[in-house]
Design a protein around this ligand. Structure first.
Ligand code: TRP
Length: 336
């Protein structure tokens, strides 16, 4: 355990999405698991009520909750060491969110990035109503997120750069509340900024479902090979030396392989490895890395009862923190 993490509660949330890809794995899942192993009090939750803002098909949301949970477990999350739970299993989060709503200036929400981006898009598209397509869920997203964090007295919240503003908002709300009641009630959290490992997609742009350039996570070998063979390459002839600095195959390899492996792959480029061989090599490396995880994933996702049980166990633990906090909060605000 690292010194910095000792005695600290580290909490983070992930929105369930379907069609997870290796970009999600290297950008979010793997770093979260690594961090969870470095601390003795870690919590990871599935932010399903946040996903409800965009996923309006019950079956899809439900399936993506299981897929996300299974992905974390198959990727090595130790459920005995890390408390994993579903946001919607903790009703206290929503009660606390209401209280926080009452201490959140509306102007603060007007300045939140996701809301502002939507307004801008509406403006660009010439829409008359700039709030078109903005639900109260989207608008107050940061308040629910603040409650996710403040309900558990989290010390540190590991996040990607796109979430920094949300933590600043959380801090603002907590401080406003504390000042009003002249109490140190909510712990004002710090964030830990992870450097996201951007994985390039098949066409070299950032890997993303919306660009349809992604390599799905936990695919069987045959399909994985087919995907890898689709990576864009230039027209350098088979025998000619190739430039490792402008190759998508190499860029993806760098994320997966060790630096020694990368060095010897570079050597192969210099000696004129063909693109077909290079892709085969990348495929074998990916296949080897994900083989056991894929098998484990398939076992885990097939046993939804077990997943339910894991999430339930996590929720019990998480609620044991949030319940007394809510009781105390109700006293302070004067409703009981
Ligand atoms: N908003 C985060 C994201 O999109 C997910 C999230 C919800 C979260 N609640 C959180 C992250 C609390 C950290 C802490 O990635």
């Amino acid at each position: 355990m690292s010194e910095q993490m000792s005695g600290k509660r580290v909490l983070t949330g992930v929105k369930p999405t379907n069609n997870l890809h290796i970009g999600n794995y290297y950008g979010a899942i793997k770093p979260a698991i690594t961090l969870s192993k470095e601390c003795d009090d870690s919590m990871i939750f599935i932010a399903d009520y946040h996903s409800l803002i965009t996923i309006h098909k019950g079956q899809d949301l439900n399936q993506s909750i299981y897929e996300m949970t299974a992905a974390y477990i198959a990727s090595g999350l130790d459920v005995n060491n890390t408390c994993i739970y579903k946001q919607s299993d903790i009703p206290e989060i929503l009660e606390i969110a209401w209280v926080l709503n009452c201490f959140t200036p509306k102007g603060l929400m007007n300045r939140a990035h996701a809301y502002k981006a939507k307004i801008q898009l509406n403006e660009q598209e010439g829409k008359k109503d700039l709030d078109s397509g903005v639900s109260m869920g989207l608008y107050s997203y940061p308040v629910l997120m603040a409650s996710d964090i403040l309900s558990f007295n989290a010390d540190i919240v590991p996040i990607g750069p796109d979430q920094k503003q949300h933590i600043e908002i959380t801090r603002d709300i907590a401080q406003k509340f504390n000042q009003n009641y002249k109490a140190d009630f909510f712990k004002v959290p710090d964030f830990q900024l992870g450097v996201p490992e951007d994985v390039p997609g098949l066409d070299g742009r950032k890997m993303s479902k919306s660009y349809n350039n992604h390599i799905p996570l936990f695919m069987d070998s045959k399909k994985l090979r087919k995907k890898v063979m689709k990576i864009t390459t230039d027209s350098t002839p088979p025998e000619a030396p190739k430039d490792p600095e402008s190759s998508i195959v190499m860029d993806i390899y760098k994320v997966v392989a060790s630096s020694e492996q990368v060095d010897s792959f570079k050597e192969a480029y210099a000696q004129g490895i063909s693109w077909g061989e290079a892709k085969q090599h990348l495929f074998e490396c990916l296949d080897k890395y994900f083989e056991d995880k894929t098998q484990y994933y398939n076992e885990v996702i097939a046993d939804k009862q077990k997943l339910d049980q894991i999430l339930k166990q996590g929720a019990e633990k998480a609620r044991s923190y949030a319940r007394p906090l809510l009781q105390e909060l109700k006293k302070i605000v004067g409703v009981c």
